[in-house]
Write a protein that binds this ligand. Structure first.
Ligand code: HEL
Length: 411
């Protein structure tokens, strides 16, 4: 039996510490900019619940969403909206909860980009310098820059296309494996570059494996140490971990279920895995509250100086209704609001984590299944419910995907 709740509560007190002082960044890639959260309509909580229920009818065991709405000042009073449907564990039938930890997949890329941009602010790396300057001989083309890696414009082939061509056997082949970053890069380099460096956008996990190598080279520390010291501890993110190659999710968490390619085959419990195939491209564990805090802090100018946040928000088109900056996605919603964050899609977990331009309203939505494009598209509608409010007239739909250019969201 599916469980369901919609709750609204006031959360008091500062959610994060002020880090690098600097004003909220005011540049928006869209003509006319975007309204601040203060001007947004109230979230459509009924609509949010309906989206989660739809995901369940399409095969998701559970789905949940949490909205943190800071109406007056982002770190003052927050109204929290929470919605849950279904179960976290198909065996025990335990209900999914908004406090459950889960695998955030590629939202990890935003963490990696923040670390590298902090290093840029410290003068330890230059965005337009060749990656090979820092990691001699790593890449086959000296023209590939740090910026191109962070914006998916390097042309480096995504090794996960080969790895997960068959979803279940591909996953089981890597579930317990431990890779070095260089082994993952070597898999990519078995293929030629997909395009000349800088000439096109093509989402590739390889880019953020290179980002992890850069972080380790520039700091002398493992990426987990840098996430902890630069993001997790300063923001007091109690549910955020990088445990690679430990296979378990610590503490209360939801199970994740991979949908097999063969229609009707039983879901595969994919909760436990090393995530070594992803590492700095996708191995972070977190919670809805922590992701909302993280993105609020980032867009609110509290993780990066204004100059580096501006670099992160240099948008290039990445498909219909969306753009990519440096480890950061922008999605343009039907109501004219743009939101900023990332998506994640790893075995058993689909995540949407986005915030407004000023970081005041944030949404994290999670469903504990994957390899189900229908559910993935359904969960996209949580953004409309969270940021656009109730549809004025007929049912609102998000910008339809363009199959020619949105393949990175449809895997
Ligand atoms: S793919 C994405 C998403 N990103 C990228 C990364 C992540 N995740 C992966 O690269 C995993 C791909 C395999 C996932 C697996 C499944 O659904 O469980 N699919 C298959 O095995 C298909 N044969 C661009 C969608 C993102 O949103 O950024 O996370």
């Amino acid at each position: 039996m599916a469980s369901r709740t919609v709750r609204r509560s006031a959360v008091l007190g500062p959610l994060v510490l002020t880090l690098l002082a600097g004003p909220a960044h005011a540049v928006d890639g869209r003509p006319g900019g975007a309204p601040s959260a203060a001007a947004l309509p109230a979230p459509d909580t009924a609509g949010l619940t309906a989206v989660l229920r739809t995901a369940l009818t399409q095969g998701a065991p559970g789905a949940m969403a949490r909205i943190d709405d800071h109406r007056t000042a982002w770190d003052d009073h927050a109204t929290v909206y929470q919605a849950t449907e279904g179960v976290s564990d198909r065996t025990t039938r335990a209900p999914i909860g908004t406090a459950d930890r889960f695998r955030i997949g590629s939202v990890t890329k935003t963490f990696s980009a923040v670390v590298l941009l902090q290093l840029a602010a410290e003068g330890k790396v230059k965005l337009d310098t060749s990656v090979n300057r820092y990691l001699p001989g790593l890449l086959p083309d000296d023209r590939i820059t740090v910026r191109q890696v962070l914006s998916h414009r390097s042309g480096l082939y995504d090794y996960t296309y080969d790895m997960f061509a068959e979803s279940v056997s591909g996953f089981e082949a890597v579930r317990t494996k431990v890779f070095t970053y260089r082994q993952l890069v070597a898999r990519s380099l078995q293929h030629p570059l997909t395009h000349a460096p800088g000439s096109a956008y093509a989402y590739s996990n390889t880019n953020f494996v290179v980002a992890g190598l850069l972080i380790e080279k520039l700091t002398g520390h493992a990426v987990g140490t840098e996430y902890a010291n630069r993001v997790v501890k300063p923001l007091k993110l109690a549910d955020t971990f990088y445990v690679h190659p430990d296979m378990k999710i610590p503490g209360r968490h939801t199970h994740g279920y991979l949908t097999p390619d063969a229609s009707g085959a039983p879901l595969v419990d994919a909760t436990e895995q090393t995530m070594s195939w992803a590492q700095s491209a996708g191995a972070v564990i977190s919670s809805a509250r922590d992701l909302n805090t993280f993105l609020s802090a980032l867009l609110g100018g509290r993780l990066l100086p204004a100059a580096q946040l501006a670099q992160m928000e240099k948008w290039l088109p990445a498909g219909t209704g969306q753009a990519y900056g440096l480890g950061l996605r922008r999605r343009d919603l039907s109501c004219g609001v743009s939101v900023y964050g990332h998506t994640g899609a790893v075995q058993g977990f689909y995540t949407y984590a986005f915030t407004t331009k000023d970081g005041r309203r944030s949404l994290t939505a999670l469903t504990n299944t994957s390899n189900n494009g229908t559910v993935h598209q359904t969960m996209l509608r949580t953004l409309e419910s969270a940021f656009c409010g109730k549809p004025a007239t007929s049912r609102r739909t998000a910008t339809p995907p363009d199959p020619a250019v949105t393949n990175d969201l449809a895997r």
